[in-house]
Ligand binder design. Sequence first.
Ligand SMILES: [Zn+2]
Length: 444
Amino acid sequence: MSTPSVSLSVTALLVASVSLGLTSAKAVGAQATSSVPNAASPVPILLVPDRVFDGTAQREGVVVLVDSGRVTAIGPRASVTVPGNTRVVALPGTTLMPGLIDLHSHVLLHPYNEVAWDDQVLREAWGERVARATVHLSRTLDAGFTTLRDLGTEGAGSGDVGLRSALEKGVIRGPRLIVAEQAIVMRGSYAPRGFAPEVRVPVAAEEAGNTSELVAAVRGQIARGADVIKVYADYRWGPNGSAAPAFTIEELQAAVAITNSSGRPVIAHASTAEGMRRATLAGVQTIEHGDGGTAEVFALMKERGVVLVPTVAAGHAIAQYGGWQPGVTAEPARVRAKRASLRAALDAGVTIANGSDVGVFAHGDNARELEILVEYGMTPLQALTAATSIAARVLGLERTIGTVTPGAAADLVLVQGNPSTDISAIRNVQLVLQRGAVVYTAPR
Ligand SMILES: [Zn+2]
């Protein structure tokens, strides 16, 4: 399939789904949108929703004052002193929340059912990939996700570092970006693979073959601008392409020691119980995926305070690319196993933070992860907390984002409906504020 026609049809689909998704909210929001100030408005804004989810709990009958890029007050209307020039934005039927956080994105990838991962890595120029990423970032912001932790450029070098700079300088629009630069993988374990042994194929990550290479990779990535270091504790290099542990505990410990001494955390991709165990014992901050987690390894994670980022949406999407029709055809074994492993993590009391692996599926559709987390047994409030205060704590930004409290950055989203009873309400985005400026309003 040719890439240009695919991208056009995807654009058309997204535009269609955005207008469809907003139809129900239109009538309710219409009267208030006229009072919504534009992005450049320097005036304070008083937001009057029906309710506020503040990052940990739901509060009724409160208003939120935003001034100079920050939340300056939250409380009952009568208790909030409002400056004379304040614009009042009353949106009946809405819930105000902190801007949502997705801790596992790949803005330099797009859905694998459009273009296979191998072809994105081998056939799309970096220029195209970065151009696509700017569109992805914009769609993400419009979906109410104001912070992404992007975990690996997958063959696009330091592209994420440049995107982060462009966002910080206001050259492009999009969420705050915390970047990992390239993932670090054990030499010979990663992809693209399956070519003749004589053919040299570039690997879509940074390879390390021993401890000194691993340490050098960490130091090099930090020098180039990585905010976090991502290592693959396991990958599909086992018999018949099965996942198997890659680095040893000692190697992982060396990576963690160097990374932590710089004040940064190590993030581990791990889907086998042994890979998860090694990563946990080595002192990583979060484990991504965790599909093969057992009660024992989840208990260990709980004991060591390692956070799970389950990425349930990724496997769900890949199973559908393979022909699965949820609700129509039988749930594939891998999807059933993932549901069970999330249950085991919840039962063990592991802290779960929101991260979807978006890029496997469409950017701007990040809500999918939260919907599936709820389908798999979390309450809507647990899922919302995982995407706000818990995710912010993982990033060390809990005073700035993921919370609606005085002093926090005014990265906020208003959605139609009540996501604490229907998580899919987070799709009905009415208004997005970033550092106090309105950056998205639902089309009328
Ligand atoms: Zn990923």
